[in-house]
Design a protein around this ligand. Structure first.
Ligand SMILES: Nc1ncnc2c1ncn2[C@@H]1O[C@H](COP(=O)(O)OP(=O)(O)OP(=O)(O)O)[C@@H](O)[C@H]1O
Length: 837
């Protein structure tokens, strides 16, 4: 193992800035965002836009209906503008998130260690890497301690490559043979090292072979929405087809023109597709992710928002999540203070107060006891801390002739390697007393030997580190319980320490299951299922290695739970990737590996932050289902009216003109839908338990029943108008008015938990504004003839307004009856419906 004691002082900030200007940022070029015209063209190329364009042109040129044709084309324009602006907004949000989660690098500048964005690394920089880091640039090693790097992404070699410091002569050969070089983009899996950057950006080995980065993965919500849209598209086309078929008989009898009927059929199909749905959901997700970022929850993959909302179990680390993670040595047991603290300094990887929290705390404690790292001692070999072995070992050359092995780690691991005797036994007995107080206990031991694995060590003593409970943790645990979310603590720490902390934050501490107990359940098939059962029921998992986290995630998910799991270590990646939501820490505390595997990165690792994320997720999920309910119920009601009207009112030819259908669906509908997407329903969103899929049978039934109710009420209003002998324009205006008002009240029907206009309904500001504005717009185009003309709308007598309002109010009552009958009231005390939908 190469050893260099040279402490390189790195580049100066000035030199680094000059080089950055010369070589450019250390990143692979990102595809440029499309320009505005390109975005607009894409929107226009959409099949619906093409249909609209044709419909508009036909109305304008072939039929010569100039105001109506222009109105259709204006609606098309409005749609393209809305589409482009939403897409741009969502894009910006995603980009902003990307910069928030940009990888960082540790470099030495002006002699001090700094954390800087990896993009600012320049050739000549001295970088430090440690287990869990992604290598920021190609570099030549000057120091390496037990360094192993996973280079499979470059070499295809699945085994990690051992690295050593460069010799003067330098090595060449294939990538896999270059053991003294680090390559950008590869992952450090163990040990640590210092290296000088040789190439950055596109000049790195990775840059040479880099292809475009993969696009976003579609989440369950996107998939579900695509499905919803496809199904509705089908219904829409069918409705349009039926309309044309019915109309054709009329054409045969000479009562209508073929083109009018076809246009009306096409318009109905366009109107029935909830085109604002996808845009509204994307906007809602993008805005939701921005709000979450403000709370310290950075969503790396948008669908994770929704999965967070559906969470039923949070599996959390102890240190840093339930506690602050600022460890301090508050107690120790030893026969020789000097030997204990010397050992703590030798077997220590912290530097200048940076590094592993345990090591930093031990170095500070040693300093408080008047000790500093002995000068002139050289590290000959080291085995860095490893969560699997729960220990760390170093061999140092001291003043005496034989090298000294120092080991520190979990007491049961270290003391087992010590010479049995009264001192070792006394220490072993002291462990529980310290751990019961919630402290993390480590043992230290040493021996004159050059064997890292030697036994027969001399026990130096115990150190106990305490870690303050985060004030917000207990609150978060209570919130979770109220929301029906189970919190499970998973830790590598001692069972007694874990239990003490669990009790303090309010996690039911029983049963505490230890790694050893799980292992005892053994390998047989039967054992495995017992093991899963044990994992599923555990409230605290103590002394488990990271592999167990993966087993826990699997066991819980098999049980139908939606699992949010925190993790920050190198070995946590598989569990994070397999959980429904993997949560990693931003900054110093987490590793790049964990962050990349996680779908969510939090800036403060406290459980309260994660719960805030769940809260947002639940709100968003509720909002999306409100949007779906709102748009589908309204559209279905409209289809019903047009089809029944077509049969019942032959004198009207078509119950609603194409331009009126488009006005209702493409202009009026979008506004409340978007508002519902960013809605703040009354009460704590955590109480909004996830209720299966967006379009489960109960949901579909409810939509259908409500649509029939709304349709029937509007139909009656129009029927009365006809009986009263109103003109054709007035009857159609009455239909539009009643339909718009009834649909607007649906916004309040769908967002309510128990009943429409329940307490606090007016507080959702966005919905109130959207509904009022839309209603005002409709009133204006109805009463002001100039505005109404392009839409063929005319003023109606007062009784018409009364009927429209009546239809709206009655539909609320009927819809609420449907809610109760279908048993779809969201009740905080009711049974939690199954997690996965
Ligand atoms: N730097 C270190 N050197 C030696 N041993 C350590 C070090 N850090 C931790 N240990 C030992 O390894 C055990 C597991 O530590 P680890 O950091 O893996 O726990 P963890 O799972 O991250 O726990 P937590 O949930 O508290 O974060 C500790 O209880 C301690 O005994």
């Amino acid at each position: 193992m190469g050893i260099t004691v040279r402490e390189p002082s790195g580049l100066s900030e000035r030199a680094a800035a000059e080089r950055l200007a010369e070589y450019g940022p250390n990143e692979l070029s990102q595809p440029r965002p499309p320009r505005l015209p390109v975005r607009a063209a894409r929107q226009l190329a959409d099949p619906m836009s093409i249909l609209l364009l044709i419909a508009g042109l036909v109305t304008l040129i072939v039929l010569g209906e100039i105001p109506e044709g222009l109105a259709i084309l204006t609606i098309l324009l409005v749609n393209v503008v809305i589409g482009v602006s939403q897409e741009t907004k969502a894009d910006h949000a995603v980009r902003a998130l990307r910069t928030l989660t940009a990888p960082m690098a540790k470099v030495v500048r002006d002699g001090a260690v700094r954390r800087i964005p990896a993009a600012e690394v320049v050739p000549g920089d001295v970088v430090q890497v440690a287990a869990g880091d992604r290598v920021p640039a190609d570099a030549r090693l000057s120091e390496a301690t037990g360094l192993g790097v996973d280079e499979s992404m470059l070499t295809g070699e699945s085994l990690s490559s051992d690295k050593r410091a460069a010799q003067a002569d330098g090595a060449g050969g294939t990538l896999a043979d270059r053991h003294d070089e680090l390559f950008a983009g590869t992952l450090v899996v163990r040990g640590s090292g210092v290296a000088e950057v040789t190439r950055t950006g596109a000049r790195t080995e990775m840059g040479r072979i880099a292809s475009a980065l993969g696009g976003g993965v579609k989440g369950p919500l996107a998939v579900e929405l695509a499905q919803v849209s496809r199904r509705i598209g089908l219904v829409a086309v069918m409705a349009g087809g039926v309309m044309i078929l019915i109309g054709l008989s009329r054409v045969q009898r000479g009562e209508a023109a073929l083109l009018d009927i076809i246009l009306a059929g096409v318009a109905l199909a366009i109107a029935a597709v909830p085109e604002s749905l996808a845009a509204a959901v994307t906007t809602a997700l993008a805005l939701g992710s921005q709000r979450m970022a403000a709370l310290g929850v950075i969503v790396r993959r948008l669908p994770a928002i929704e999965a967070l909302g559906a969470t039923t179990v949070i599996a959390t680390d102890k240190t840093g999540t339930l506690t602050t993670g600022h460890l301090t040595v508050t107690d120790h047991v030893t026969a020789s203070e000097i030997d204990l603290w010397r050992g703590a300094l030798r077997c220590n990887d912290a530097r200048d107060g940076l590094g592993d929290a345990v090591d930093v705390a031990l170095a500070a404690a040693a300093e408080r006891h008047g000790l500093r790292p002995p000068p002139g001692e050289e590290r000959l070999a080291a085995r860095p801390f490893d969560a699997e072995t729960r220990s760390m070992a170093v061999i140092t050359a001291t003043n005496e002739d034989r090298p000294l092995l120092t080991v520190k780690g979990a007491p049961e691991v270290v003391l087992a390697r010590c010479v049995p005797g009264p001192e070792t036994e006394r220490l072993a007995r002291a462990v529980s007393g310290l751990a019961d107080r919630g402290m993390r206990v480590l043992a230290l031991a040493d021996k004159r030997t050059d064997d890292l694995d030697a036994a027969g060590l001399r026990a130096l003593g115990l150190v106990a580190l305490s870690d303050e409970i985060r004030p917000s943790a207990a609150r978060a645990v209570t919130d979770c319980r109220a929301a029906g979310i189970r919190v499970v603590m998973v830790t590598g720490d001692h069972a007694d320490t874990a239990r003490a902390i669990a009790e303090e934050v309010g996690i039911t501490a029983e049963p505490v299951v230890t790694g050893a107990a799980l292992q005892a359940l053994g390998g047989a098939d039967d054992g495995r299922s017992k093991r899963s059962a044990r994992l599923r029921e555990a409230a605290v998992l103590a002394r488990v290695d990271p592999g167990t986290k993966l087993d826990l995630v699997r066991a819980l998910r098999e049980d139908g739970q939606v699992v949010t799991m925190t993790g920050d270590g190198v070995n946590d990646a598989p569990a994070l990737r397999n959980a429904d939501v993997g949560v990693a820490m931003a900054g110093e505390e987490g590793t790049d590996v964990a962050r990349e595997a996680a779908s969510v990165v939090v800036t403060t690792g406290d459980l309260g932050t994660i719960v805030a994320g769940v809260r947002e997720g639940r709100r968003l999920r509720h909002n999306v289902s409100s949007m779906v309910g709102y748009l589908l119920t309204g559209n279905l009601a409209e289809i019903l009216i047009v089809l029944t009207g077509l049969i019942a009112w032959p004198d009207l030819v078509v119950p609603l003109l194409p331009v009126q259908l488009l006005w209702i669906n493409l202009v009026l509908d979008g506004i409340p839908a978007i508002a519902l997407g960013v809605d703040r329903p009354a009460g704590d969103p955590l109480a909004l338990r996830p209720t299966g899929g967006l379009l489960s049978w109960p949901v579909l039934t409810r939509i259908a029943l409500r649509a029939v109710a709304v349709g029937a009420l509007v139909f009656s209003a129009v029927e009365v108008a006809r009986r009263l002998g109103w003109s054709e324009e007035q009857v159609r205006s009455q239909a539009v008015l009643a339909l718009v008002f009834a649909r607007l009240t649906l916004a309040y029907v769908v967002r309510a938990r128990r009943r429409t206009f329940e307490r606090g309904w007016w507080r959702g500001r966005s919905v109130l504004v959207a509904v009022t504005a839309t209603a005002a717009l409709q009133i204006l185009v109805t009463v002001i003839p100039v505005l109404g003309a392009p839409l063929a709308l005319v003023p109606v007598p007062p009784v018409g307004w009364a009927m429209a309002l009546g239809a709206a109010m009655l539909s609320v009552i009927v819809c609420d009856m449907v809610r109760y009958r279908a048993g779809l009231v969201v009740s905080p005390s009711g049974p939690a419906p199954g997690g996965r939908g």
